[in-house]
Write a protein that binds this ligand. Sequence first.
Ligand SMILES: [Fe+2]
Length: 320
Amino acid sequence: MSDPSVPGRSCPLSYRTRAAAFAAGAATLQCDTLWIVGGLYGNVCALERVLNLYEAERGAKALVFNGDFHWFDVDAGDFAAIERGVSAHVATRGNVEAELARPAARAGCGCGYPDWVGDDTVERSNRIIERLRATAQADPEACRRLAALPMTALAEVGGERVGIVHGDADSLAGWGFSQEVLATHDGLRAAERAFEAAAVRVFASSHSCLPVMQGFSGSRALVNNGSAGMANFAQTRYGLATRISVAPSTGALYRLRAGALFVEAVAIDFDAHAWMRRFLAQWPAGSDAHASYFGRISQGPSYRITQALRPSAEDARVAA
Ligand SMILES: [Fe+2]
């Protein structure tokens, strides 16, 4: 069992959210196509690609950055570029932004890392946030903007309710919507209870860094985009975003239906070489972020698309 008193292992009280708050709330966004981009992690090349892809969408649309858009961008120019791009659209807070804006005592990076993440990774993440905080504090206006971001958002896409979170329905840094937890019976039941409390058709999350698209009975879907700014699958380098729309796109890697909606994973195929140069300029070999992330950035994690797409029994019958 990990020690919750260790910085980076626990979730501060201020991170708590309630699934039932979605049921009581009114949607603040209405559109026919919604893009949700979690875990950009300061990748300015991925930001540029997201904005180009989104620009090509037709009709009533919205773009939400659902947290952790900063992380590797300790360079002031990159930090400002991320702020500029994100603040032109809708944004919700991730644990990274929460820790930049209002450092909680002993939260460290605020990731709320579970047991299966090693102590050395947690310690490196705590040092990364310290460096990033120094960059952020030189831009008080950005810090004020980040502090004002909401933790969740409720959208209506084609009249269907979509709950947007960073971690899970109960916490900004919760792992309940991670592929690991959703692979368990208890995890699936807990997510089902969150759907019932929230009265949403779709939950969209990020934070846990690996993608999953899980179908539930009643034509409901939970979609976690993994990371928009880092590779998500073995031997690949592209990021992923979530696209939820009344109409399918031509370029989805995989999708599920949820009521009237098409829930899709879209590749963010940024210039991987340009990004690696930019990453290495900020985090050279021997640095904390290099030790934790360069393997994944250059070769992807050991995870495959077939592991991410998890239709419900009902979805499988419809597809048959
Ligand atoms: Fe996060």
